[in-house]
Ligand binder design. Sequence first.
Ligand SMILES: Cc1ncc(COP(=O)(O)O)c(C=O)c1O
Length: 425
Amino acid sequence: MKSRLIYQSSCQVMPGGVSSPIRSFSHVKTPPIIAHHGKGDMLTDVDGKSYIDFCMSWGALILGHAHERVVKAACEEIQLGSSFGLSTEGEEKLATKIVELLPSVEKIRFVSSGTEATMTAIRLARGFTERPKIVKFTGHYHGHSDSLLVQAGSGVFSVNSTATSKGVNLSTVGDTICLAFNDFDAVSALFEEREDIAAVIVEPIAANMGVIAPEAGFLEFLRECTRARGTLLIFDEVITGFRTSLSGAQGRFAIDPDLTCLGKIIGGGFSVGALGGKAEIMDHLAPLGDVYQAGTLSGNPVTMRAGIETLLTLEGAGFYETLEKKAQRFAKPVENAIQTCGYNVVFQRIGSMFTLFFGIQEACSREDLKNLDQKMFARFFHFLRERGVYFSPSPYEACFLSSAHSDEHLDFTAEAILRFFEEFL
Ligand SMILES: Cc1ncc(COP(=O)(O)O)c(C=O)c1O
């Protein structure tokens, strides 16, 4: 098989054969898919095997693969040159659109990845507040910059579930305080005790330890505590931005964060990240202020164009309502089957993102995931893969729907899940 050969050969020249660890499929102990092309809700590998894709480039492809409007715009743009290292009109257009859509964002800086966005946001928070410490939540993933790679979720679960990555100095992570998500008391105690916190960074809907919603009032509580102490509240909306609504998780929960990190969807499938927020904070970035940040390919014109076309499509009448209907159509039979199933399985969905947790009774924080049945998940993953359905290859990840998912494919997948329940649970 061509996939195996490419993977074996990649392993000779790339660590683990991959450019990002999760792509190695190490959680499910199988050679990875080597993608060749995608169209709509389908992904096809180099051997010509096609899958209904529920990973969708980790949530970046809310319109599905190779969406006509996005492809056309990107092709037009690249004819004009792929990069200039200069400002372009596309940046101004995408920035204006995001400022219009996200209530808390007055100014935007484009970068090339979500990691850069969060890294810059915390530097900016420290520069603005002149305080050293940051607070994050256990199991939340904010990219792989040193100070944020502490008790993180996503692929980091498999590297080390409690500490940071090797190679990160203790002196760096010493400035990062980790609390349990949804733990009101811990937040309260910390703010009683300390006055040196520059920022609290949070995934407003956790999606890197599976999909876990904030408890009622938790985000509001974070907003109150941070505001009272002059600490900045950073929403990491790299996944949630434009995923559950046009105004992000901040619109959904009506919270006004000081800074917002974006990525994935706003690049229409191209490398992207951005941070945005109040002008009085953002203007501390160079060249206006003395918090430094830069990037050769930041605000790349092809990316900007793909991002604009994506957001314009999301603005179309009824986009999110239709996506929600698709999600409900898929979710209903699965939820019903779980109720009559004799095994512990939790299905958590917010809009078009969801996770099935095997072997546990509830999933409200990372602690709850300690006893996840990884073997059962791997069996589930293979069962679906054999039937031409590709789910995110880790029990700690979210799966994503796109507007391209057809009713037929959603029904087929729900049916396959039900069959798995019948056979194995
Ligand atoms: C919430 C969140 N923040 C930040 C990142 C890092 O983004 P990137 O992979 O583009 O560096 C991710 C990546 O999945 C993410 O899910």
